[in-house]
Ligand binder design. Sequence first.
Ligand SMILES: [Zn+2]
Length: 369
Amino acid sequence: MSSSTRARLSLALILALVALAASALFSTAGAATLTVHLSEAIPDFPNGITFRLQADVSDPVTRVELRYFPDGVPVINVARPQTRTGTHVDVTHTVDLLLDYLPPAVDVRYYWQLTLASGESVRTPEQRLFYMDEQHDWKSLQDGIVTLYYYAGNQSFAQQALDITVRAIERFDRAFGVTTEGPIRVVMYANDRDFRAALPVGSDDWVGGFAEPDLGLIVVAIQPGDTGEVARMLSHEVVHVVMAQATANPYNAPPPWLNEGIASYYQEVPDDRFAPVIQRAAREGRLDTVRALNSAFPADPAAAILAYAESESIARFIIEEKGTDAMADLINVFREGVSYDEAVQRALGISLDELDQEWKAWLGYPGDA
Ligand SMILES: [Zn+2]
């Protein structure tokens, strides 16, 4: 054995020791061990995420499962990619998120679970991927539970957007005693083109922003410097997130007329389309019933705006005529997962149809045409 061979061997030994130290060794209650050499997730927004695992296990592997879920969602997705049996695992799996849409700025939690021939199973430690739209160079600002992501415009505009969001949360809390735990993330696109590129396939053309309350997420398109739009949109969308947290239960969510009504009522800048739209519909005797607004709003833009305007008017009627406490009661009763009829009856002391009649009398509605 020449000295150079010996030197090479000891170098190989050192490298092996370094590799062992760098990779993590996990054992379960049984004898099975798992050595992870590589576990990574590579995002390709909005198409999907590619997960890769390289590992060694103490017994031949019979099944490989990738388990992943967006933070805040209680449902775990399971993928079972094909793998060769053996004690070495090298598996790659791409999750297609084009159809199963996942918005930007979501933490995806994941781990691998391997079932071995011995019957035991081992799993990798949970990891987190920040799934974000890689098309832009994002900057972020944070205030308490709210983090705002932006890539265009100056910092003072972003700060203004963050302040509006935080203020809306505080205002809602003061009015209805609803505390929000968060975290809440706001993703601010700078134009419609960039925003549309980040939307799920088949989104309505008129959508300018949306909230994903379960994910504590708001995604909007606002031109940098448009202070009116930032006040209108963010103060609206954040109320959806706060409302969802305030009423969370496994059985029932508040109806669209309450969700959209209260979000529209609490906008810092009101939507100036609402008043003329509702006045005209009232004049023409074609207002919807409150009960009809229990269902999802129509896709047709004109009908959708009327539904929003009516919802805002119903929320305004409840707050201004029955009082903020009555609205607080209504929000709180939804936490119990009751039906729409029961919620209105219990919180306001009238039936859903009486609410419809009282609201329309308040508007001076002449009746259906
Ligand atoms: Zn809304």
